[in-house]
Design a protein around this ligand. Sequence first.
Ligand code: ZN
Length: 432
Amino acid sequence: MDLLIRGARILEYRPARVGGTADIAIEKGLITGVEKTISGEKAKKTIDASGCFVMPGHVCAHNHFYSALARGITAAVPPCYDFVGVLQNLWWRLDRALDRESLFYSGLVGALEAIRCGTTTVIDHSASPSFIKGSLAVLKEGFERCGLRGILCYEVTDRNGDSGRDEGVSENVSFIESGESALLRGAVGAHAPFTLSDETLVLLSEACRGTERGIHVHVSEDRYDLSFSHHTHGISPVERLERFGLLGPKSIIVHGVHLLKKEIALLNEHDSFLVHNPRSNMNNGVGYNTRLAAIKNVAIGTDGIGSDMFEETKIGYFKGRDAASNLAPADLLGFLGSGAQIVSRYFERKAGTIEPGCLADLVLLDYKNPTPLGADNLPGHFVFGFGSHDVRTVVIDGRCVFENGEFPFDTGPIYKEAAAQAEALWKRMEKY
Ligand SMILES: [Zn+2]
């Protein structure tokens, strides 16, 4: 046995469960036993978790680590009058200025922050048009150095010409074919239907079919995507994706703020995922999807605003209240728990529960409940109580990557170099 976690109370989100204290045995990255007491004689390492809760690690179902060095950006950004302006004046200038080193440090600090917040898998969507080939391997290095699980993809788009598009497609395919590891899987990334021609959708469809992976794409984040699709193609964005065979159980459709009822029906029919990013949607002022409850598979992402899924999920709940939706804390907790299904489909293992055979991605929480805590009120404790400050220890793929609030290496030099990289990146942006 590689690791034994002793005496923590088990918490699960989907369905909500609060169990008694148990010992958890872990071997070769998987949970191999969950019992009231397990003998520790053969354990290579034992963690005494008495007084703690143990829960499956959080999944951030949509992130952009490439944007990690944009925090607090002071580069001159012209006024942005709408969503497309934000892309053109900020993000499409930042991503062009990324090189190998700045992308590496973006991934590294992104991974550190995720783990510190109790997030054990990040589903990332990357863009670095001046450094496409080999970019996913650079991100992978950051994930693996910290021990974070991930599903990576490169954002294919027409905005950088045919060569940029083709290089993007082959970066996705070659990562899936030769870059994957125990911790990393690849998906097929694409920007959004309004920057993808029919010819490009054919290439993406071939890539998905050939690799047996799904597309990871923004859809109807802003109403512009829907209007553009109707105006240019005569159908809605999701209908267009379906026409090109891009909907399936591994498809990760992001935002969907302006999804039509018939588009939701298509997502449900194909068992695809919709990733809701409440803070990003509020920040961009793009609106709110009032039909989330009608979607079969909803997961939660941050869209690049860190990886704190406690914060994202809570704000998702409060935004829903503010928008007069009927979503309860339990619905949001269910969305958060759904992220594990994506992990399960890509890694072909059970995920998101604490039972034998399940991926050993676990978080020990030092949460002191001031009121009784059971399955019936776990969602209430989550929304009004839990926080990433409660994260004590994080185990990913059976390995202890963060213990008692500390990483097993000095993170100081990493943050120092990241800040230097950020400063240089902001300067380079001025050229674009
Ligand atoms: Zn995004």
